[in-house]
Design a protein around this ligand. Sequence first.
Ligand code: NAD
Length: 325
Amino acid sequence: MSTSQNTLTTVAIADRFHAEALASLKTNPALNIVPFDDASRPELQALIVRSKTKINDAFLATVPRLKALVTATVGFDHIDIKACTARGMRIAHCPDSHTAATAEHTFALVLACARKIPDLNIAVHEGDWTRDRHVGVELSGKTYGVIGLGRIGSRVARIAQGFGMKVVAFDPYRDDSYFEERGATRVGLDELFHLANVISAHVPKTPETHHMIHCYRLGLLHADSILVNTSRGGVIKEEDLITHLRQKKHGRFGLDVFETEPLARDSGLLEWPQVIVSPHVGAHTAEAFRAVSYEAAQNLISLLKDTAPTGPLPPPEEWYSAIRP
Ligand code: NAD
């Protein structure tokens, strides 16, 4: 290796990444971008991943020189933060690029549930114009319940208000003025299930949020309620949702995330026409992919220069320190 190569930082990108953002990284004279493979791992000093790459002790043992890690995602439950910080690594996630895409997908699922769009599509394909079977519900004048009033939850609240809905929200880690600024009424979680006609979850995956929507809360849903989850699988206890559907047969559900992904083809969730599913595509837009790739590239450079990335990890939010072991 030449002297100049020795001063370069060896970087790899483990998962999919926008070509333009990659090209911009390649113009950085301080970086040596290499393919991510078994041969490059011992040399890597910096790495960009997405949620497909699980960062745990076993993985970290294969990249002994790694000092900077960026995940080009909002969620960071695929990263063992403690294991990374114990090795003195600097890490970051990318919270700024996925908000619009995920909020819009949440509302796509809400509207698909409210107006039974998948059923209507099948009906027309089958020449079935018996419209009486497909009566929808309106959103205007109803109550929307947001669980987790962060970036995505706040944007969903704004969209709901645009539909003429009253917004109630549950987020124990935000203060009253934060709720007021968003025009949302603070409620407890059970109260939210009592009050809301439409509910969506926008919480991170933590021990606190695991199975936070379980049989008791599902039992509080109104007969024509809509419940959407675009946050993380496991926030809704799927076993309880299947039991709820079998016993009560009511409610409409929009699910983008699942306890196990890909969702098994024989999952009980797929037996119900009122359960509308998508394959974890909340943030999957052309705009978000480009933006998050650039955000990750910039965050990587910030970590290497010891300046602040958009999403330093561990996050400064109170909710994380509250559950940190
Ligand atoms: P954010 O950090 O801005 O907001 C999360 C909010 O949840 C915060 O306000 C926090 O106070 C609150 N919270 C934490 N613990 C809570 C609890 N126990 N009960 C209630 N509220 C709690 O994050 P964001 O950008 O809004 O993203 C939210 C989640 O959406 C991410 O953690 C990620 O897992 C998920 N996500 C999914 C997709 C997708 O493709 N489906 C895309 C992007 C993000």
